[in-house]
Design a protein. Structure first.
Length: 231
């Protein structure tokens, strides 16, 4: 059974310039995603989808393939992750290559562990699911969250739950923003990484970090060091 890892790495990041190849503890951050894919031994093809020639150069040097550059249509702010993955899938199909499973690995996810990639792969193989999405529990029940109205007054989003104890409310989860496993045929038919028969792989907060600012970047470096016994 053939698997492909697709790492989407668009150029032109606005909040953190050069984000996908920015130095992260000694090497471009995208290299961590490429190396973890290689070291896992799970993939027959590791492809970086990018519109940026510098990113493509770094990716090839790290051992990934960049057989074609991303189209302009899928390199703007409106293209979804699914659009990018579908473009890659269609390219390989024209080349006569069809895969059984797809793993979309984010380029700024240096905290990914090989064991987690393997767990996701096993869940897709052994259970009746068509996609696996790593998620993280919210640290506090969202049913007791606030909003600020147009008069700058603090209000409960769901007042009926505000007096409930935290432990009595159901846990909620958010996307880890690290990777996604999906069956090839289900993805092609549904054109979504979150399929109708999707399940969750629950991660710990120390394993993930959304990177949208320099502060996020520093937090990710700290978590990486903690995970690797360097702190």
């Amino acid at each position: 059974m053939a698997n492909i890892a697709i790492i989407p790495a668009r150029g032109g990041s606005k909040r953190i310039p050069g984000k996908n190849i920015k130095d992260f503890l000694g090497k471009p951050v995208i290299v961590y995603s490429i190396e973890i894919a290689i070291e896992s031994g799970l993939f027959d093809e590791i492809m970086v989808s990018t519109d940026d020639h510098q990113i493509a150069k770094v990716a090839r040097e790290a051992g990934a393939n960049v057989p074609v550059m991303r189209s302009g249509k899928n390199a703007d702010d409106h293209a979804t992750l699914a659009d990018v993955v579908l473009e890659v899938v269609e390219y390989y199909k024209k080349e006569g290559k069809v895969f059984d499973k797809i793993c979309c690995i984010l380029p700024t996810a240096p905290l990914i562990k090989i064991v987690r990639l393997m767990q996701g792969h096993e869940m897709l193989n052994e259970e009746d699911y068509t996609s696996v999405v790593p998620v993280v529990p919210f640290s506090f029940p969202i049913l007791r969250s606030f909003k600020i109205n147009e008069k700058n007054i603090l209000e409960a989003n769901w007042p009926e739950y505000f007096t409930k104890r935290s432990q009595d409310l159901p846990p909620s989860y958010h996307d880890s923003g690290s990777f996604y496993w999906v069956e090839y045929n289900s993805f092609v038919n549904e054109k979504s990484l979150l399929t109708q028969k999707s399940t969750a792989l629950i991660l710990d907060e120390i394993e993930v970090q959304d990177i949208d600012s320099e502060t996020d970047w520093k937090l990710t470096e700290l978590k990486y060091k903690l995970n690797h016994g360097q702190a």
